[in-house]
Design a protein around this ligand. Structure first.
Ligand code: WT7
Length: 566
C-alpha cells in the first residue's frame, strides 16, 4: 500500500522532494541529465526507458543508456550547427522516439525546448514560433511543408532539422538529422543549468490575444518528479503509459520528466485513438499505470465493457486522468470495467505539476478532483474581494498560493498577462470550483471564455481572427457548444458583411478557408449566421450569453450583463 495522504501531508516540505531527486541546493540542475545520466549512474543503464510502437506495427525499445547516449549525440550535433544555450528550439513532429530523446537533448544543451503539437496548421505554428523567436525547428518530412510556408516571416529561424530528411530534397536552412547515424559524442558536457534557467516553453490559450508562452524552468523537475512518484504511484517494476502528446504539458511533465526522472519504463503509442488497439497495447506491454483523459475514457465507455473482457488487462494497477472534468459516471464505469477507478487530477500548463489530486488509496468521491498535493496551498477565492471562501460547497475561483517548484515564471513577452493572474497574494487558476465538508475539491466550470474541447484549451481569439480574414465575415464569436464525447466543441457565430447572404455554400467556403489556418482541434464544428452579436455598451462581445444559450443555461437578468463592461 502506498503511504497515505495524511501521512505525507504531515510536515511536508519541498526540500524533501529535492532530497528524493538527489538534488542539493546550489548544485546545477538539468532535467535532461536527471532523466538519463543520473538514472544510469543509479545502476539502471540497461533498464528500458522507452518502449515505442507506431500505427504500422513498428516497435523499438531504448534503454536509459541509449537515451543518454543518443540525447548527448543530438545535443552535440545541434551545438555544432550553431544552436546555443538559451536558444528556443521547437520540436514539431509526431510521437517518434526522436521527439522524446531530442527533448532531453535540447535541455542538455541549455537551450529552451518548445514542443508543438504536430497537427497544428501553419498559422497556429506561426504565432507560436513568432512569439518565441524560435531559432531552430526539429521536424519530419510529413510536417516540414508547414514550416516552409511561414519560414520567411520568421527572421530568427536559422536551422530546420529534418529527422527523416537524409537523401530527400531539402530547402534552404534545412538539413537532415538522422538520430541513429549521428557521430558519437562521448565528450559532450551537459550544460550546468541552474534552478531558474528556462527549460520548457508551452503555449496555452486565453480569452484575449494570441496564445501565451508559459515559461518553465529546470527546477520544475522537483515537483514533477515527486508528484509522478506519489500520485501516479510509480514503482520500480511498473510499465507506465501516458496518453498525452508532448505538445501539451501533460505529455512533457508526465510523458517524459515524471517517469524518467524516477527511472520508470514508459511505453509510447504513436497512433490515433482506437479502443481495441489500446487494449491490445496495454496487454502486450503489460502497462501497469495509465494516465489518460476524460474524452478518451468516454470513448472507451462508448465501446463498452465487453471489449474490455476480450483482453487480458490484469496488468493494470493504477489509473489517473487529467485535462477536463471527469464525470462521476466515468469513474463508476471504470470501477466496473477495469476493477479500479480513474483517479482525477487537476492542474494546468501554468502549474507545471498536479496540484489537486486523488491520492492512491484515498477514498474516491466520483466527480471530485480530490485534495491539494502536500506543499500546495489551495483555496476558493471570491473574485471580487480576493478573500478566501470557507463555506463548504460555495463556488468561487480555484486559487493557489504561489511558490511551488514548477509554477511557471511568467508568460513570454507578456508580463501584464501574467500579473493579471494574481489577486490578494493568490494565483488564480481561472476555474470555478468549491470544497466540500471533507476537503474535497469540485470543479464547476471555467471562469473565462476559453473552450476546453477534448482536454485541449482553445482560445476564441485565434478562431475569430482566422474567421475575420475571410472576405464575407464582418465579426464573429467562437464559443463552446455541448458534445457527447469531447464535452465541448467549438461553434462560431458569424455576422456577415453587407452584400453577403447566409448559405450552405458560404458556410463551406468559410470552413475551408479557416481549416488551413487552424489546428483541427480549434476548428468550429458549426457556423451559425446571425444578425448581431450580444455586446456590452462599450462594444465588447459577451460570449457568455451565446455559450449559455448553447448549454440551455439560464443567465438570469441579461440586461445587467449587457451593461457589464468587464
Ligand atoms: C485547464 C488547464 C494540466 C494538464 C492538461 C491541461 C482544465 C484540467 C482538470 C480536471 C476539470 C480540468 C481546467 C484547467 N482542467 N484538469 N481534472 N477537471 N478541469 O492543461 O491546457 O493548461 O488546461 O484544464 O480548466 O484550468 P491546460
Amino acid at each position: 500500500m502506498p503511504v497515505s495522504y495524511e501521512e505525507r501531508l504531515q510536515g511536508f516540505d519541498w526540500s524533501m522532494a529535492e532530497e528524493a531527486l538527489g538534488y542539493k541546493s546550489g548544485d546545477p540542475i538539468n532535467i535532461g541529465w536527471y532523466c538519463s545520466d543520473r538514472i544510469c549512474d543509479m545502476g539502471l543503464a540497461q533498464k528500458p526507458a522507452l518502449i515505442w510502437e507506431n500505427s504500422k506495427g513498428a516497435e523499438r525499445t531504448y534503454t536509459f543508456d541509449e537515451i543518454r547516449i543518443l540525447s548527448d549525440n543530438i545535443a552535440a550535433h545541434l551545438q555544432s550547427q550553431g544552436v546555443q544555450a538559451g536558444d528556443r528550439v521547437c520540436i514539431f513532429m509526431d510521437r517518434h522516439a526522436e521527439l522524446y530523446i531530442s527533448f532531453l537533448a535540447v535541455l542538455k544543451l541549455g537551450a529552451v525546448v518548445q514542443p508543438l503539437f504536430s497537427a497544428f496548421g501553419e498559422e497556429s505554428l506561426y504565432t507560436r514560433l513568432e512569439n518565441a523567436e524560435t531559432n531552430a525547428v526539429l521536424t519530419e518530412m510529413k510536417h516540414v511543408r508547414k514550416v516552409r510556408r511561414i519560414r520567411e516571416r520568421l527572421p530568427n529561424l536559422k536551422n530546420i532539422f529534418v529527422i527523416d530528411g537524409a537523401e530527400k530534397p531539402l530547402k534552404e536552412l534545412e538539413q537532415p538529422l538522422t538520430m541513429n547515424a549521428l557521430p558519437a559524442a562521448p565528450d559532450f558536457k551537459c550544460a550546468e543549468t541552474g534552478p531558474e534557467t528556462p527549460s520548457v516553453l508551452h503555449y496555452t490559450s486565453g480569452t484575449t490575444g494570441q496564445p501565451k508562452g508559459a515559461q518553465h524552468v529546470h527546477y520544475s523537475i522537483v515537483s514533477q518528479s515527486i508528484t509522478a512518484k506519489w500520485v501516479l504511484d510509480l514503482q520500480d517494476d511498473d510499465v507506465y503509459w501516458c496518453n498525452a502528446d508532448p505538445g501539451w504539458v501533460t505529455g512533457t511533465s508526465y510523458g517524459i520528466i515524471g517517469p524518467w526522472s524516477n527511472g520508470i519504463t514508459q511505453a509510447v503509442l504513436d497512433a490515433g485513438f482506437n479502443t481495441d488497439n489500446w487494449y491490445r497495447f496495454i496487454a502486450k506491454h503489460k502497462i501497469s499505470v495509465w494516465y489518460s483523459a476524460p474524452t478518451a475514457i468516454r470513448l472507451l465507455m462508448r465501446d463498452g465493457a465487453d471489449l474490455v473482457k476480450q483482453h487480458d488487462l490484469s496488468c493494470l494497477r493504477h489509473l489517473c486522468s487529467v485535462g477536463e472534468p471527469l464525470n462521476a459516471e466515468a469513474v463508476i464505469w471504470s470501477e466496473e470495467a477495469y476493477g479500479m477507478p480513474f483517479h482525477d487530477t487537476f492542474w494546468q500548463t501554468e502549474t507545471g505539476c498536479m496540484v489537486v489530486t486523488n491520492w492512491p488509496g484515498m477514498k474516491v468521491k466520483p466527480g471530485s478532483m480530490g485534495k491539494p498535493f502536500p506543499g500546495i496551498t489551495a483555496g476558493i477565492i471570491d473574485p471580487e474581494t480576493g478573500e478566501e471562501i470557507t463555506e463548504p460547497g460555495k463556488v468561487g475561483i480555484i486559487a493557489l498560493r504561489p511558490g511551488w517548484p514548477s509554477q511557471i515564471r511568467g508568460y513570454r513577452n507578456n508580463e501584464a498577462g501574467w500579473n493579471k493572474k494574481f489577486l490578494n497574494g493568490w494565483y488564480l487558476c481561472g476555474d470555478q470550483g468549491s470544497i466540500d465538508q471533507d476537503g474535497y475539491y469540485w470543479f464547476s466550470g471555467r471562469d473565462d471564455d476559453v473552450i476546453n474541447t477534448g482536454g485541449h484549451l482553445v482560445g476564441p481569439f485565434e478562431i475569430e481572427s482566422a474567421l475575420l480574414e475571410h472576405e464575407a465575415v464582418a465579426e464573429s464569436a467562437a464559443v463552446a457548444t455541448p458534445d457527447k464525447v469531447n464535452m465541448e466543441v467549438v461553434k462560431a457565430f458569424v455576422v456577415l458583411k453587407s452584400g453577403f447572404e447566409p448559405s450552405d455554400d458560404l458556410d463551406l467556403a468559410i470552413m475551408n478557408f479557416i481549416r488551413k489556418k487552424l489546428s483541427p482541434l480549434a476548428m468550429p464544428q458549426h457556423i451559425e449566421f446571425i444578425d448581431q452579436l450580444p455586446k456590452t455598451r462599450s462594444g465588447k462581445i459577451v460570449r457568455r450569453i451565446l455559450r449559455a444559450q448553447e448549454f440551455g443555461e439560464d443567465l438570469g437578468d441579461v440586461s445587467t450583463l449587457m451593461n457589464d463592461d468587464d
